[in-house]
Design a protein around this ligand. Structure first.
Ligand code: PEP
Length: 254
């Protein structure tokens, strides 16, 4: 079964609107002929600039989080319908930095995912184990559990709007990449989890990315693995040439 590849940049808390325009204008010509899907997930204040700048390009725009609520007394939050109303297409849920620093739990990740789908957004749902959990031998259980909880209440026909990103926490922003074999193994476990919940066809169709210090040098090997359908890229997505190299590696793996 051949799946498309999806390369998404997670800019984290970097770049103001001017810098956003500049970076997207640098990336756009480098990825214009890509066969892979290309997404940039930018800070909230940069969304409008990003949406304006990607017009007439093949780049899609995502946010990095959304509330589980539609509106109300949730100071500092931004709702999924608000994102949708300005033309945002994607949103990341469950990034480990949200789980670690901002108290997101498996249940709030589930609820944010539900809210995003209800608003008509596409979701990049992040799961992954801490180093301690890998060392304890529970990577498979942790990733399966996070996947199962996040997908509670998601109907089979909604899965086309979900991408799962396997992001081992120990590899994010650390320069330590999972080996291609480790990435493939856990992406396969997540796929088997989806199979258990929704059946083989759904599992075969599911796009599962790897994220964690993916860069221009290691992308080709990671993306060559049968269960790795793309990448969620942090640091390297802030450099146009590096990000474009990763997109090229994705194209060449097809
Ligand atoms: C991320 O933020 O999702 C990520 C994978 O970061 P980095 O590529 O910098 O490890």
């Amino acid at each position: 079964m051949s799946r498309r590849k999806v390369i998404a940049g997670n800019w984290k808390m970097n770049n103001n609107p001017e810098q956003t325009k500049t970076l997207i204008n640098e990336i756009a010509p480098l990825v214009s002929g890509s066969k892979s899907d290309v997404i940039v997930c930018v800070p909230y204040v940069d969304l409008a600039a990003a949406l304006e700048t990607v017009k007439d390009t093949n780049i899609k725009v995502g946010a990095q989080n959304c509330s589980w609520a539609v509106s109300g007394a949730f100071t500092g939050e931004v709702s999924a319908p608000m994102l949708k109303s300005i033309g945002v297409e994607y949103v990341i849920t469950g990034h480990s930095e949200r789980r670690t620093y901002f108290g997101d739990t498996d249940v709030t990740v589930r609820d944010r995912t539900r809210a995003a789908l209800d608003a008509g957004l596409k979701v990049i749902l992040c799961v992954g184990e801490y180093l301690e959990q890998r060392e304890q031998g529970v990577t498979a259980e942790v990733c399966a559990m996070q996947t199962k909880i996040a997908l509670q209440g998601v109907a089979a026909e909604e899965l086309k709007n979900i991408i799962i990103a396997y992001e081992p926490v120990w590899a994010i922003g650390t320069g330590k990449t999972a080996t291609a074999e480790q990435a493939d193994e856990v992406c396969a476990i997540i796929r088997a989890t989806v199979c258990g919940l929704y059946g083989e066809a759904a599992a075969d169709d599911m796009i599962i990315q790897y994220g964690g210090s993916m860069n221009a040098g290691n992308a080709a090997e990671l993306l060559s693995k049968p269960n790795v359908d793309g990448g969620l890229i942090g640091g390297a997505s802030l450099k146009a040439n590096d990000f474009a190299q990763i997109v090229k590696a994705a194209d060449e793996s097809l």
